[in-house]
Design a protein around this ligand. Structure first.
Ligand SMILES: [Zn+2]
Length: 219
């Protein structure tokens, strides 16, 4: 899985020109058909809109020959809801202390689904905070002002560190604002909200590639 811009034509150009790197060996990916279509329930900006169908592009590495699904930065791996919806649920839980039923009602999602999101985030909060703190240190060593204040709640700490990382990336690449969920999804190749991914996170290398989080329309 490789996270790419949600601008389909920009991804196509990047793929054809070999600008998307293989997460396994760093080689260049070439166009390699499409992955299975998936239904995605809309983001908050399209409240009430029906599920849309996405057919993610696939690329094949010229080096190691592995194929990778190119998942748009607005989507989370193995989740049927747009990443922004999951982020809103996590934020309501962590920042406002809402219970999962209230969040579910506000977002018009099943309570069990929302409970799964907030539990999963709580379970990986420590790992998220640790991993993204090291990215902030790596990518913005001069940005002490961005460093989050200490917080005893792991979920709040994770959100603060994600926000600091998004601000560091936005500053480094000169984009005005970058939502923490986009920055987090891009750096984890879509797995930000996957607690099973985080329990294996020692095997993963968090990566930062400009093309991955570039907001659509900014090229
Ligand atoms: Zn490769």
């Amino acid at each position: 899985m490789v996270t790419v811009s949600d601008d389909v034509s920009a991804v196509e150009v990047d793929l054809v020109e070999g600008r998307i790197g293989c997460p396994r060996c760093g080689g260049r990916l070439r166009p390699w058909g499409s992955a299975r279509p998936r239904e995605v329930r809309g983001g908050l900006e399209e409240e009430g809109s029906p599920a849309s169908r996405h057919r993610p592009r696939r690329g094949r590495c010229v080096g190691c020959k592995a194929t990778h699904v190119l998942l748009a930065v607005s989507l989370a791996a193995r989740r049927a809801d747009a990443a922004a919806v999951i982020a809103a649920a996590v934020q309501a839980k962590v920042a406002r202390g809402w219970g999962h039923r209230r969040i579910a009602a506000a977002l018009d999602r099943p309570a069990s689904t929302v409970r799964g999101w907030v539990r999963s985030f709580a379970a990986s909060a420590e790992a998220i905070a640790t991993a993204f703190m090291s990215l902030v240190v790596r990518d913005a060593p001069d940005a002490a002002a961005l460093w989050p204040a200490p917080n005893r709640d792991p979920g709040a700490r994770a959100l603060a560190v994600l926000a600091a990382y998004a601000a560091a990336v936005a500053r480094r690449f000169g984009v005005g604002m970058l939502a923490w969920v986009r920055a987090g999804i891009a750096a984890t190749n879509g797995s930000l909200f996957s607690s099973s991914w985080w329990t294996r996170a020692g095997q993963h290398e968090l990566a930062l590639t400009p093309a991955r989080w570039r907001p659509s329309g900014s090229r």
